[in-house]
Write a protein that binds this ligand. Structure first.
Ligand code: PLP
Length: 415
């Protein structure tokens, strides 16, 4: 039996995404629409676009045909109901917090999160939003932190850089029962390996800069509404957006208040590059996570290595959870050397990885964590997040496996 596009697999849908929507002149890609303004034949049409009764674009800060095509693609990948794109992953995360929370509200967030998100939570506290950081690998810790003012729970799938995995199923069920917005940052897993919609997430955030774009040539971020949350119950939706289908209220508010009013719009040029990168997401995830698995196993068996953090290893505390929920354990691993003082010299002995921050690239990237991305937060906070001073993070790329393993072997043996 022939399959219709709605039955196609992940990559079939992704590579045909634009053409399926009827691109001008039969194009296979949505072209780069560089227009800031969009003109209409009559004032009635322009009014219709502004008031939302007609589809269409009015000003590029609120989206272009090029960003809209990418949003459709991300929505399909996530199995969601709609997506709003942003200039970066951080813009997408700050959009969620600042548009859906207000002073007096309480947010429960995982203690194991990306450093810049952690810093952003400090900004929220200055705005009067209370934040509790908990060990979200156990739902009981999240539940214990809830108060009457709690509105939202925020976690990452596989935490950066420690690779802790939140109790995604447990927290999803808890948030559904308590009518809390459950926000999942899916960046490290990517929608190929995991769809948070399936475990009850309300909103999914992706840094498109990482594996979705995948080539280190464009910044972007996205917020996807999974359709799981009933916005008609949510107290912080402004009256102007409490109109029509309640399923659209949350994303409409995020789009109007964050994209339109705060302005961190994704450029059409970046959207185009990200859409091209996204075509090979599944292939790159398979290749990079296969390499990461091999490297993690090699490091775990090496006497010069004191600890390896990778969900694909049976020794990882949430290994079973990773196997149950994710199609792969992804490209991120971190490890500690037995000789802590060798941390920086070891990195300098490697020749294949690029010494740089960044994740989910085609190239292997390596960084000493405490000295760089987690430097600003200081030693106490690092310790509470389980980040050793000698922790090294690797974002494994798609290079030939033997090249990666040979390079790490030589550097460990001080050759
Ligand atoms: C990189 C990253 C972000 C931020 O994304 P940018 O596109 O760099 O702003 C957010 N969350 C996680 C887990 C990340 O790795």
């Amino acid at each position: 039996m022939t399959r219709t596009p709605s039955e196609w697999g992940f990559t079939s849908l992704t590579v045909h995404n634009d053409h399926l929507s009827g691109v001008e002149a039969g194009g296979i890609h949505k072209p780069l629409h560089t227009s800031v303004q969009f003109g209409y034949g009559s004032s009635a049409e322009l009014v219709g676009v502004f008031q939302g009764s007609l589809g269409g674009f009015n000003y590029a800060r609120q989206g272009t045909p090029t960003t809209a095509a990418l949003e459709t693609c991300i929505t399909r990948m996530e199995g969601g109901r709609g997506t709003v794109s942003f200039a970066s992953g951080m813009a997408a995360i700050s959009a969620v917090f600042t548009t859906l929370l207000k002073a007096g509200d309480h947010l429960v967030a995982s203690r194991f999160i990306f450093g810049n998100t952690n810093s952003l939570l400090g900004t929220l506290q200055g705005l009067g939003i209370r934040v509790s950081l908990v060990d979200a690998t156990e739902v009981a810790n999240v539940e214990a932190a809830l108060t009457r003012e709690t509105r939202m729970v925020f976690v990452e799938t596989i935490a950066n850089p420690g690779t802790q995995i939140a109790d995604l199923e447990g927290i999803g069920a808890l948030c559904a029962a308590k009518k809390l917005v459950f926000v999942v940052d899916n960046t490290v897993t990517s929608p190929w390996a995991f769809q948070p919609a399936k475990i009850g997430a309300s909103l999914v955030v992706n840094s498109l800069t990482k594996s979705i774009g995948g080539h280190g040539d464009a910044l972007g971020g996205a917020v996807t509404d999974t359709g799981n949350f009933d916005w008609s119950d949510y107290p912080n939706i402004f009256p102007a957006y409490r109109k029509g289908d309640a399923g659209n209220w949350g994303l409409t508010q995020i789009k109007k208040k964050a994209l339109r009013d705060m302005g961190a719009a994704l450029s059409p040029d970046a959207a185009h590059r990200i859409a091209i990168g996204a075509e090979t997401l599944a292939l790159r995830m398979k290749a990079a996570s296969g390499n990461a698995q091999a490297l993690a196993e090699f490091l775990a068996g090496h006497p010069a290595v004191a600890a390896v953090h990778y969900p694909g290893l049976a020794s990882h505390p949430q290994h079973e959870r990773a196997k149950r929920l994710f199609r792969c354990a992804s490209w991120q691993l971190s490890f500690e050397l037995a000789d802590e003082a060798d941390c920086l010299p070891f990195i300098d002995r490697l020749s294949l990885p690029i010494i740089a921050t960044g994740l989910g690239d085609t190239r292997t990237l390596i960084i000493p964590v405490a000295h760089t991305i987690f430097w600003e937060m200081g030693p106490e906070r690092r310790e509470s997040m389980g980040i050793a001073d000698s922790l090294i993070r690797v974002s494994v790329g798609i290079e030939e496996r033997e090249d990666i393993l040979a390079d790490f072997a030589a550097a460990l043996e001080r050759r």
